[in-house]
Design a protein around this ligand. Structure first.
Ligand code: ADP
Ligand code: RBF
Ligand code: MG
Length: 160
């Protein structure tokens, strides 16, 4: 099993920080039900835009939602979800916070700050879940660094 031991550069390095936004879209509903890890899906056109800048993979950064001023750490899965053999590329953001309600259609603002790993296929759901938990740990550690904390001040994360 992979271990999230590599934190990457001390400073966000090109193409990061990458800003993405859009109203939260509906997906296949597997995140909450099958994985216990909900992912707020960015609209297809936003995912399309990202393809000009980043490869598929797992990323970390910051996020905010709707009129909420709070800025949360996030992990983003960008790609084909090989475990599920999807035919469309999705940008899915798991916000590292326990929300009491869904927020479909609300504006999701994201700053992607760094890369964690490529997308992988798994022989079991448990292995996928275990890796996502490592991704979350990796994101939390990476985002503690001062140059990554500064990104929280970016105006693109503020509600309109
Ligand atoms: P879908 O396939 O429609 O994306 P998911 O099972 O992945 O469904 O659940 C995602 C939804 O759960 C989000 O759109 C959002 O409304 C809600 N949600 C609740 N908590 C979170 C969270 N911490 N991170 C992301 N989405 C969350
Ligand atoms: N799906 C995969 O098939 N392979 C992966 O390596 C993978 N990594 C993920 C990492 C994170 C941090 C998250 C939030 C999701 C990941 N998923 C991965 C996506 C998962 O399959 C997807 O969230 C569900 O299909 C629900 O839409
Ligand atoms: Mg989802």
């Amino acid at each position: 099993m992979r271990i999230a031991e590599q934190l990457g550069p001390e400073t966000p390095t090109s193409p990061f920080p990458l800003k993405l936004a859009g109203p939260v879209a509906h997906g296949f509903k597997r995140g909450s039900k099958e994985l216990g890890i909900p992912t707020a899906n960015l609209p297809e056109c936003t995912a399309q835009q990202a393809s000009a800048t980043i490869d598929t993979g797992i990323y970390y950064g910051w996020a905010s939602v709707g009129s909420d001023e709070q800025i949360y750490p996030m992990v983003m899965s960008y790609g084909w979800n090989p475990y599920y053999k999807n035919t469309i590329r999705t940008a899915e953001v798991h916000i590292i916070h326990d929300f009491k309600h869904d927020f479909y259609n609300e504006q999701l603002r994201v700053i992607v700050a760094g890369f964690i790993r490529p997308e992988l296929n798994y022989s079991s759901l448990d292995d996928l879940i275990a890796d996502i938990k490592l991704d979350i740990e990796c994101a939390e550690l990476s985002l503690q660094r001062p140059e990554y904390q500064k990104l929280k001040l970016d105006t693109s994360l503020k509600p309109e």
